[in-house]
Design a protein around this ligand. Structure first.
Ligand SMILES: Nc1ncnc2c1ncn2[C@@H]1O[C@H](COP(=O)(O)OP(=O)(O)OP(=O)(O)O)[C@@H](O)[C@H]1O
Length: 523
C-alpha cells in the first residue's frame, strides 16, 4: 500500500530498511575549517570564495569534500541529510566545479578556446523557452573543425553550458523539444530537495534523465551528405566499465549527489535514483534535526482570536521581516483580506500565492528581501528553496501537518549559524499532537509564548471603526457562503444579533477560521 507523506516519519529510533542507511557518516563529527586549510582546493576557487565573503567551511561542506574530491574520490554516490541552512548548496557545488575544471573534455575545449572557464546555464522557467534555448544551445560556426570537410558535414547544435541548474519541468521541455540538448555526457547529477523531487513525477523526469545518461553516442553524431554517420570530434564515448570493476556500468560513471534536510528512507522512492554503493552523510543521531540556534515557541489560542493574536504577535516583532505560513491558498487569502481591514498596522504585509503570476510572486519576494514588505503570508510553497538574508521570524498561523513541514517552514530562519525563532499557533486540542510531532526531531524543545490579553482586545478595536467588525459566528461557518438567504445567530462585539444574508445591509468580506469581517454595519 502506498504511504502518505509523513507516515514514514515513524519513530525516531526506527532502523532504516536500507542497510547503507544504518551506519551513516556523522556530519557533526567534522568541524568547520578555514578555506585555505581544505586539502586540494584549487587556488582560483579560494579567491572566488574570498570574494563571496566565505572564510571557513561548515561541517557538511568539509564532509562532502572529503568524500568527493578528498580520499573518497567520488567512488560512491553521496546522500546528504543535513538541516536547513547548513550550507548544502556549497557542499555539492564546490566539489563539482573543482572536478569539472580538470576534466578531460575540458582540456579539449581549452585547446581550442581562448578563455578557460566553466559556464553555468539555467532552465528553471524564469525566462521564455526561446531565451533559454539561446542561452543553452550553440550552433557551431563553420570552419571550427578544419580537419573535417565542411561540405560533407551537417552542423548540429550543441549544449554550450558545463553546468545546468534546472527544474524538472523545464528540463523535460528541453529534452523533448530543444535540438542539440543532450545529457549523454553528463558526469554529475545532483538532486537537491530530494524528497520533494521524488514526488514530482512530471513526465517521469527522473527515469528519463537516468535513461538518457546511459545512452551511447548515437544521438551525438554528424552525418555526411549520404546520411553516413561521422564521429563528432569532441564526443567522448562512455566505455564499458570492465576496466574499473563496474561490470555492465558505463564509464565514466555518472556520479550522483542527493541532498535534503528531511531525506526519505523509503526504499521504493530511493530506488528510482539507481544509486551506486551509496554513502550517507547524516547530521546527528536522529533522522531530523532542527538548526541549533532555532528557538521554537507555541501560542495556544481559540481559533476566533487567531487573527487578532497574530496582529499582536507581529506588533511584538516590531516590523522585523517575518514569514507567516497557512495551510492553504484560500486561508492565506482570507487572512490577508482580513488584515487589510485593520488601520495603522505597524507592518506592511503581502500575500504570496501560487495563484499569482510568477512575475508578481518574484516582485513580492524582491520587495520582501529589500525590506519594502515586512510580512509575507503564504503556504508551504514558501517553505522550500527560499533564502532571505536576515530573516529572524517564522510564524505557523496553521499548525504544520508533519514534522518535515515544520522543519522546512522553520528552516527559513536560523540559517548559516544565525539565530531565529519559529512561533506556532495551536488550538488547545492540537497541543499534544504538536509536541509529539516535534519530538521526532533533534533539538526540538518548544516553550509556551503568551500574548497579553488586553493587547488582543486593543487590536480588535483598531479594526476600521464603525464600518468593520470581527464577528464570531456560532455555527455553520463556511456553509454561510453558499446559503445567502438563511438567517444565522451571531455575536457582534459581544452583543447577540441576527445576521441575514441576501437582503441584509451587511456584506461578508472574509472568513477567517470562525471569524468573519463585515463591513457596512452601523455600531
Ligand atoms: N561556509 C560558509 N560560510 C558562510 N556562509 C555560508 C557558507 N556556506 C553557505 N553559506 C550561506 O548559508 C546560507 C544557507 O546555505 P544553503 O542555502 O546552501 O543551505 P541549505 O543547507 O541548502 O538549506 P535548505 O535545505 O533550506 O535549502 C546561504 O546564505 C549561504 O550563502
Amino acid at each position: 500500500m502506498a504511504r502518505k507523506e509523513g507516515e514514514e516519519d515513524g519513530a525516531p529510533s526506527r532502523v532504516p530498511h536500507l542497510p547503507w542507511m544504518r551506519n551513516p557518516v556523522d556530519i557533526e563529527s567534522f568541524s568547520g575549517c578555514p578555506v585555505e586549510h581544505l586539502p586540494r582546493l584549487d587556488p582560483r576557487l579560494v579567491k572566488a570564495l574570498d570574494r563571496m565573503g566565505i572564510e571557513s567551511f561548515f561541517p557538511v561542506q568539509v564532509a562532502s569534500w572529503l568524500e568527493t574530491v578528498g580520499p573518497g574520490a567520488f567512488e560512491r554516490d553521496i546522500c546528504i541529510n543535513s538541516p536547513t541552512g547548513s550550507g548544502k548548496t556549497l557542499a555539492y557545488a564546490l566539489p563539482i566545479v573543482q572536478m569539472l575544471s580538470t576534466r578531460k573534455v575540458k582540456e579539449v575545449f581549452d585547446g581550442i578556446a581562448p578563455v578557460v572557464s566553466l559556464s553555468v546555464g539555467s532552465a528553471v522557467g524564469q525566462s521564455s523557452i526561446a531565451d533559454e534555448v539561446s542561452d543553452l544551445i550553440e550552433n557551431p560556426k563553420q570552419g571550427l573543425y578544419p580537419t573535417l570537410d565542411e561540405e560533407c558535414v551537417r552542423m548540429e547544435p550543441q549544449t554550450k553550458v558545463d553546468i545546468l541548474v534546472a527544474t524538472p519541468g523545464r528540463l523535460m521541455d528541453h529534452i523533448n523539444m530543444t535540438k542539440g540538448f543532450s545529457l549523454e555526457h553528463l558526469q554529475y547529477l545532483v538532486v537537491d530537495e530530494t524528497d520533494r523531487m521524488l514526488r514530482e513525477a512530471y513526465q517521469s523526469w527522473l527515469p528519463t534523465v537516468i535513461q538518457l545518461t546511459r545512452s551511447t553516442n548515437q544521438n551525438h553524431s554528424w552525418s555526411d551528405m549520404n546520411g553516413k554517420t561521422l564521429l563528432h570530434p569532441l564526443t567522448t564515448i562512455r566505455r564499458s566499465g570492465a576496466e574499473r570493476g563496474f561490470k555492465g556500468k558505463c564509464f565514466p560513471r555518472l556520479a550522483k549527489i542527493i541532498l535534503s534536510a528531511t531525506l526519505t528512507q523509503d526504499p521504493s522512492k530511493l530506488s528510482q535514483l539507481e544509486l551506486h554503493h551509496p554513502l550517507l552523510l547524516n547530521s546527528g543521531k536522529k533522522r531530523y534535526r532542527i538548526p541549533t540556534k532555532l528557538q521554537s515557541y507555541k501560542l495556544v489560542c481559540k481559533s476566533n482570536l487567531k487573527p487578532l493574536s497574530l496582529i499582536v504577535l507581529l506588533q511584538e516583532l516590531r516590523g522585523e521581516k517575518c514569514l507567516v505560513f497557512t495551510l492553504s491558498v484560500e486561508s492565506s487569502h482570507r487572512l490577508s483580506t482580513l488584515l487589510e481591514f485593520f488601520e495603522d498596522l505597524p507592518f506592511k504585509f503581502s500575500e504570496y500565492s501560487r495563484l499569482q503570476r510568477e512575475s508578481t510572486r518574484r516582485k513580492t519576494l524582491d520587495a520582501f528581501k529589500e525590506g519594502k514588505i515586512d510580512v509575507l503570508i503564504g503556504t508551504d510553497r514558501m517553505a522550500r528553496g527560499i533564502h532571505i538574508d536576515g530573516l529572524k521570524y517564522v510564524i505557523n498561523y496553521d499548525m504544520p501537518p508533519y514534522v518535515k513541514t515544520y522543519i522546512h517552514r522553520a528552516g527559513r530562519t536560523a540559517r548559516a549559524g544565525e539565530a531565529g525563532s519559529c512561533f506556532t499557533f495551536l488550538r488547545k486540542h492540537e497541543v499534544k499532537a504538536f509536541d509529539k510531532m516535534l519530538k521526532k526531531a533533534d533539538n526540538s524543545s518548544c516553550s509556551l509564548h503568551s500574548l497579553p490579553e488586553e493587547s488582543v482586545i486593543l487590536a480588535r478595536d483598531s479594526s476600521a471603526t464603525g464600518s468593520a467588525f470581527i464577528v464570531d459566528v456560532q455555527n455553520k461557518r463556511d456553509s454561510l457562503m453558499y446559503q445567502p438567504t438563511h438567517h444565522y445567530d451571531v455575536r457582534v462585539e459581544g452583543r447577540e444579533g441576527i445576521l441575514q444574508f441576501g437582503a441584509c445591509p451587511l456584506r461578508i468580506i472574509s472568513f477567517v477560521s470562525s471569524c468573519i469581517a463585515i463591513i457596512g454595519a452601523s455600531s
